[in-house]
Design a protein around this ligand. Structure first.
Ligand SMILES: O=C[C@H](O)[C@@H](O)CC(=O)C(=O)O
Ligand SMILES: [Zn+2]
Length: 280
């Protein structure tokens, strides 16, 4: 498992393009029958991808759980949110089978010992995208279908940012220790997310962009509001935003992304918005 330490905003100003990418960008999440995991010391969030093809793949496949987490199994002191961004697949949690279609989400609470992933058809595999946060009590493991997510319409066609925010792992839908996750989907012709930008000093956030058409990219903005940088992102890549960083993007087409937050609180609206004209 790859481990990344925390970067601060003062050093960040001098990073090269490659250093920014090495520190914050997560690529190659999907390798057949493997679990790809990046542990970030930013709020100790773990970002993972799993694409089961021929096997039933265990969540901790290829991991030394004791060395990395100091626990005997992955979810002993963690919770996890999992989205399927591929074809139909299954997640088996301590013997209970959950079927996930495209864009469905499963929240697994602390204490689940055995988690396995499988695809209904290995020729068109499921692709599970996951973010895990430390957790100190257990709630309820719950499947949240895309239809059941709380939907918030934002933006307008005129400003190229008409989009639906689907809140899945959110206090209005279910209880969690600190994890919040959802999916934002932009309408055709709309390319901007999260403008005006914000930071949330009390939480970090990870974005994973998908549904980016072939030969298109998203320019993801990051850094402090008065010292911005960008990362050019391809389909199905994730990016870590420390609390001091803005996180917004403009694509060369419309796209969707999954956001995940963890930290001090779960108040979605606890954001410090930066007036657009103050950006540098
Ligand atoms: O803190 C909240 C997150 O940055 C996202 O929910 C914002 C977002 O999806 C959007 O405006 O498109
Ligand atoms: Zn945010």
């Amino acid at each position: 498992m790859e481990i990344r330490y925390s970067a601060n905003q003062k050093d960040f100003k001098r990073y090269t393009t490659q250093e920014i990418r090495d520190e914050f960008l997560i690529t190659d999440l999907y390798k057949a029958d493997e679990v790809v995991a990046v542990y970030s010391h930013v709020d100790r969030m773990v970002t993972l991808g799993c694409m089961p093809v021929n096997e039933k793949v265990a969540l901790d496949k290829g991991m030394d759980v004791w060395a990395n987490f100091g626990t005997s199994y992955f979810l002993e002191r963690r919770e996890i949110g999992i989205f399927n961004i591929g074809s139909n697949g299954k997640i088996i949690v301590d013997g209970t089978v959950y079927s996930l279609g495209y864009k469905d989400c499963l929240y697994i609470t602390r204490g689940a010992k055995e988690v396995h992933f499988s695809s209904d058809d290995g020729n068109t595999p499921a692709k599970f995208y996951m973010v895990s946060a430390p957790a100190h009590c257990s709630y309820e493991t719950k499947l949240i279908k895309i239809e059941e997510a709380a939907k918030k319409a934002l933006g307008a066609l005129e400003t190229s940012n008409k989009r639906i925010i689907n809140q899945f792992i959110h206090p209005d839908v279910l209880k969690t220790c600190q994890l919040l996750m959802g999916m934002t989907v932009l309408e055709p012709g709309c390319v901007w997310n999260t403008m005006p930008v914000h930071t949330h000093e009390r939480r970090m956030e990870v974005y994973m962009y998908f549904e980016i058409p072939k030969n298109n990219v998203v320019f993801h903005m990051m850094g402090e509001g008065n010292e911005t940088r960008h990362i050019v992102m391809n389909n199905e890549q994730a990016v870590i935003s420390p609390s001091w960083s803005i996180h917004a993007g403009a694509g060369t087409s419309n796209y969707a992304f999954i956001w995940a937050m963890g930290g001090e609180n779960q108040a979605f609206d606890d954001m410090d918005t930066i007036p657009t004209k103050e950006l540098r």
